[in-house]
Design a binder for this molecule. Sequence first.
Ligand SMILES: [Zn+2]
Length: 233
Amino acid sequence: MRSGDVASERTDDPAGGGRRLKRTQGLVEEVFGVIRADIMALRIPPDTRISIEDLVRELGVSQTPIREALSMLEAVGLVTKRHFVGYCSAPQLNRQQLDHLYEVRLLMEPFAARCAAERMSPEALAAAEALADSMEPAATRASYDRFADQDAELHDRIAEGSGNPLIRGSLARLHSHLHIFRLRFHTVVATEALNEHARLLKALRDRDAVGAEGAMREHIERSYARLLPAAQD
Ligand SMILES: [Zn+2]
């Protein structure tokens, strides 16, 4: 889901901590967004029980949209459902899961960038550049969550630009940004990524297929190296 799809409808309620939600058509999506942000920012720590009763009280909505939102979060791998316990936030990626994720990214994303250099429309390229230009180094956990969303969208736009919907779909199903940005909060991660994105976008703009492939490979390899210290064996 792209950020900005869900309008914030939180009411100002000092007594309730400002988190009570109005009923809207997109209620489930909104509840999803609130819980997702809590998991991403580690306000709900990894591997921790999520109480539906507490969320009912805190958000001021019934169990139904909360259960639906939790099963959506289960589908993207941020939440697990356990017998006799209920819903829990997923554990952080371990070393092996991180390795598997990056093996797949390294197989597909440089190739996608190579294709995108040749096939991406000027309009799609301009939109990707505007997105990359709007990204700023993250100084806080909250801005890091936004950075994660923007990074996910940028990579998705390049995957779309490959012209191969199977590649785009396969990458989307990894939900890699949700998992890797939860693993490590570090401003260096964002600052270095911005420089790598700039190289990648320049190659795309120059329609340099080999350069785009190499820039994406380097971006992913360096991203892996940045995250490795945070992954537990
Ligand atoms: Zn990136």
